[in-house]
Design a protein around this ligand. Sequence first.
Ligand SMILES: *Cc1c(COP(=O)(O)O)cnc(C)c1O
Length: 467
Amino acid sequence: MNTILQSLMQEVTAIVSGNVAPHVGIPVTAAAVRQHLSQYTFKEPVPLEVVLEDVVQMMRTWNLQMTHPRYLGLFNPATTLASVVAETLVALYNPQLAAWSHAPAANEIERHTLHYVGTTLGFPAAQLAASFTSGGSEANLTAMLAAMASHFPHYLEKGLMQLGTQPVFYVSEYAHNSFDKICKNIGIGANAMRVIPADDQLKMDVSALQAQIAKDLANQCTPFMVVGTAGTTAAGIIDPLPELAELCKKQHIWFHVDAAWAGAIVFSEKLKPLLKGIELADSVTMDAHKWFSVSFGAGMFFCRHKAVISHMFSVRADYMPKSEQDISDPYTSTLQWTRRFMGLKLFMTLAESGESAFSRLLENQTSLGDYFRRQLLERGWKISNSTPLPVVCFTHRAIESREVSITGMLHQIYQEANLWISAVSTSQTQKVFRACITNYHTTEKDIDFVVRELEKLLQHQLAVKAN
Ligand SMILES: *Cc1c(COP(=O)(O)O)cnc(C)c1O
């Protein structure tokens, strides 16, 4: 057993200190991985140290390395050591959080952490209902259900058939696609989602939203929710939250803010003003497993209507242990029943770093984004989005004129596997590159490397074209 724990510790030390595989991730086919796995027939036992070594090898070679400082990718973090320690403890003790009385320490640690984050967001502690979720998608689903339950008083008892109206809700064209899935599956239908165009800053166009609401009301539809995104996945854009909040208040519509990634900046005095208006939301989604750099999965759902939430999830189950009065059991206040101790990694991460070190980290990544933009601009690249956050969308004249293709360049980047970026399209632009500074190990040197590589590949493609 000792050797197993030692090998595990070696790997933890290597990864957490940023000493990762030289490559960000080599492309592999499903057939190759399946061929390798076919040796596991589960007929005969294999010693754990052998399995461990093999799994480490597979993880290092056949996965994109989120922990690599030049993974400038989607919102997937390199995790903190505190996360790794926390996850180990969770697996070790395996506390069941469903009933408070089964896991008082774990439940109170989550409650303490959620109250800290929720009150930092600006929600009043007395009305706050908050829970950890599997991710942003579950938090958005919870928000949508809460908005329905709140807007249609008989919905929980009588269901959709008795509504007598078509419920509709509003997202910007850059909202996360989890809302497409949610509305298809909760019975209101995909057509219930009104996609509001963005303005030239890629923010939800409030006057277009107003016009659509008026049109829906005139057509006997019932608007019940507006979703503002704080940090769009494509371009890191923050919708005009104060204006959306005001409009929702006037129209009696639930205001949800999806701040899955950028919500973390409430912990930076410098960046927090960008989220102005979030404190007026009825509910908020945040993901600890994005910019807080804790491991998957840890989403968070915050709501200022405790009574709505307890009405939605209350059940009587005689086999469940009873808790003291005034303590709500998570199985009666969230979608999940068996509940994993998801919050420990955020608790330990925040406790270890402290607020000021954590905010410095966010600000440092934000400055790296600015540094990246400057380097690109100096070399004749063009920046396609306007955000203070470290999501950099960019292109080049040679790409716009179609002399060079983004797809071709990306193919080359993925083959060489020295860095990882992606591409997005916006309604305002053709396909552009997208890079997000998402790893706390990333430095200016990494950015310099990326810019040099991009230059090299661009020149190479231009040369190929010329020949
Ligand atoms: C990532 C993301 C989601 C989805 O969250 P998951 O944790 O992946 O389920 C939702 N909204 C936004 C804005 C996101 O960035």
